[in-house]
Design a protein around this ligand. Structure first.
Ligand SMILES: Nc1ncnc2c1ncn2[C@@H]1O[C@H](COP(=O)(O)OP(=O)(O)OP(=O)(O)O)[C@@H](O)[C@H]1O
Length: 261
């Protein structure tokens, strides 16, 4: 099932210093699948993600959710219930426990009193369990490691019960084993929770191994989509990322140094 669909979407910035970053993009991110957005530095990944989350307006075209609703026309309250966003911004939530941080994801559902109901508490604990972070629930958030924090932030996003989960470079502060673990967790969450997960990443080799679908944004502002195998085999990944003697080996799904020259 379609979780997010781009229809001839053009993204960029208006105004005096404005510019078109990527044009005429059409693509689908499916429910229950991990879709990864890759592309060289400056290709426009963050700009595209901000646009599909409703954080900045498109220059033209639309990004729609499963029922066809245009993200850019949604009110903030509806958007907060349907789309969850995890960015690279450092979060400093004061002296909150991991459970209290995860519970912030329930904000769109709270009554005017702002109190958590039993349902809110249950959903928060379920979200912590889903990201394997239940044992961290009573720890202070700021005492956690980067990998543990990232899992708690994912729990906060899940507690929102979104149909679309968007993450901008979620592994950038993690060590190598944590990166593998977190991407694997995202793929599992997509399947188990039945949500569309769209994340941007520079971890090309991991993305190619663990994603269901890849959106490859190129520096000319166009995008090609397919399974990791399709984009590796047709040479798209190499064309976008090979540099000097560094080339992407489609069979190994890894970069290799070409020693022939
Ligand atoms: N607020 C802004 N106003 C104008 N141009 C901007 C703005 N923010 C980003 N840009 C430009 O848009 C282009 C795409 O930037 P963006 O951050 O989306 O790329 P990216 O693919 O996420 O890059 P990276 O991989 O380096 O994080 C860049 O040329 C950038 O300079």
């Amino acid at each position: 099932m379609t979780g997010l669909e781009l229809h001839r979407l053009t993204v960029g910035y208006r105004g005096r210093r404005g510019r078109t970053v990527a044009s005429d993009l059409s693509a689908v991110a499916e429910t229950g699948r991990l879709t990864s957005l890759i592309g060289p530095n400056g290709a426009g990944k963050s700009t595209l993600l901000r646009t599909v989350c409703g954080l900045q307006p498109p220059l033209s075209g639309t990004a729609t959710l499963a029922d066809g609703t245009d993200v850019s026309s949604m009110k903030a309250a509806e958007l907060a219930r349907r789309v969850a966003v995890v960015t690279t911004d450092t979060v400093e939530p004061g002296r909150l426990t991991a459970r209290e941080v995860a519970a912030l994801g329930r904000t769109p559902y709270l009554s005017p009193t702002g109190r958590l109901s039993d349902v809110d508490r249950r959903r928060t604990d379920d979200a912590l369990a889903a990201v394997r972070a239940k044992h961290l629930a009573d720890r202070q958030f700021h005492d956690l490691s980067d990998g543990e924090r990232q899992r708690v932030l994912a729990a906060r996003a899940l507690a929102q019960e979104p149909e679309l989960l968007v993450l901008d470079e979620p592994t950038s502060h993690l060590d190598a084993p944590s990166r593998v673990e977190f991407l694997d967790l995202l793929a599992t969450l997509a399947r188990e929770q039945g949500i569309a997960v769209l994340m941007s990443s520079h971890e090309l080799e991991l993305v190619m191994r663990l994603s269901d679908e890849v959106w490859l944004l190129r520096t000319d502002g166009t995008m090609i989509t397919g399974t990791p195998g399709e984009l590796a085999d047709d040479g798209s990944v190499s064309a976008a990322f090979d540099r000097g003697r560094l080339r992407f080996d489609a069979d190994r799904l890894a970069f290799v140094i070409d020693t022939r020259s």
